[in-house]
Write a protein that binds this ligand. Structure first.
Ligand SMILES: Nc1nc2c(ncn2[C@@H]2O[C@H](COP(=O)(O)OP(=O)(O)O)[C@@H](O)[C@H]2O)c(=O)[nH]1
Ligand SMILES: [Mg+2]
Length: 333
């Protein structure tokens, strides 16, 4: 957002809202926009209403069914202590046909967008981001894969924008701040425990290809990039099930209360073994919808804590050790 003017932000956001995957979700917000007189004198109630509809649209995009990733401004989804503050009470507006007066709705929204950049975005970069030399980006590739090709394209778009933040064009505000500090970036496909281990490599390659394509576009020089399929907590076990006489690699665990599989509702106690689905083949392009078979996705309860001999507890994980090694291994050597 830092590189964007309010006009650019609005145009990009409204163009995105009209894409096929988003049309149905953005309809209420877009029709409210059509009825708004953006050059009229600013009215706080109108600003609140539009901002509220814009927020609802972003939240809907984020749900599992759509699993879209390009959803700025980020704090609209996680307002925290800025809930209801003016810096979070704006929405994109179409470019006005005449020059807006300083007390117009358009100018109000524009000022708030600039305030958002000043109060939220810049401090984030100055206080946190600029001090990092290693970064982990967690990617819910399975969620996007489940939702289909539009979600995957959206994810790729988001990865490209993220990489751009890491390597901003020379001369920009960010490049002065960041320099070339960031020397290792780990892209981690999370929730690997939702797949059988025989598919972990495929998940990794899938993310690797997305990251690679984003990298080609951004030309990230100087940083070492790694992709891994991980799970911070492994909530499942490996199993085999037989479906129509065929033995399939499955995962077993306890679905969270209320989760359903083919209409069967779970109570949070009963175990189940599921075949998560065939992971898309590595030869197929991630955009090729035909190639994607939906991965059956159930939320599992975390496993029971196990006690080690020395009395401490541990939780099983997948490749957290490799993630740590990549991020700080050399500092410990
Ligand atoms: N089983 C399992 N659950 C996970 C893992 N990572 C996150 N979750 C759970 O998934 C849910 C949503 O988390 P996530 O999608 O990462 O959060 P978001 O960043 O807010 O979308 C939470 O209940 C997490 O505890 C994982 O590796 N394995
Ligand atoms: Mg998520």
């Amino acid at each position: 957002l830092l590189d964007q003017s309010y006009e650019q932000f609005s145009q990009e956001t409204l163009d995105l809202a009209q894409k096929p995957a988003r049309q149905a979700i953005s309809q209420i917000f877009l029709s409210a926009l059509e009825e708004t007189k953006i050059l009229a004198k600013a009215d706080e109630a109108v600003a609140k209403q539009l901002s509220g509809l814009f927020k609802s649209y972003l939240l809907e995009c984020r749900k599992d069914t759509h699993a879209l990733s390009m959803l700025p401004p980020g704090r609209f989804l996680m307002p925290g202590d800025l809930e209801d503050s003016p810096a979070l009470t704006f929405a994109p507006l179409p470019k006005p046909e005449a020059k807006p007066a300083s007390d117009s709705l358009y100018e109000l929204m524009q000022r708030r967008f600039e305030a958002y950049k000043r109060v939220v975005v810049k401090p984030f970069f100055v206080d946190h981001f600029a001090r990092l030399d290693r970064q982990v980006v967690m990617v819910d590739a399975l969620q996007a894969l489940n939702a289909g090709s539009e979600a995957i394209q959206d994810l790729e778009h988001a990865l490209t924008s993220i990489l751009k933040c890491f390597r901003p064009g020379s001369g920009s505000w960010l490049s002065g701040l960041l320099g070339n500090r960031l020397d290792r970036i780990l892209f981690a496909a999370t929730k690997a425990d939702h797949l059988h281990q025989s598919d972990h490599d495929k998940l990794e390659r899938f993310l690797d290809r997305l990251v690679h394509e984003a990298q080609e576009r951004v030309k990230v020089a100087g940083a070492e990039i790694e992709t891994l399929a991980i799970a911070a907590v492994r909530a499942t076990r490996e199993a085999k099930i037989t479906e129509n006489g065929v033995r399939l690699p499955a995962i077993a665990g306890t679905p969270i209360e209320g989760e359903t599989i083919d209409g069967d509702i779970f109570d949070g106690i009963r175990d189940v073994a599921v075949f998560p689905g065939d992971f898309p083949d590595k030869e197929n392009s991630p955009e090729d919808q035909e190639a994607l078979s939906p991965v059956r996705f159930v939320r599992f309860r975390p496993p029971k804590l196990e006690r080690k001999q020395d009395g401490s507890f541990y939780l099983p994980h997948i490749r957290l050790d490799r993630a740590l090694d990549f991020i700080i291994g050399d500092k410990l050597a």
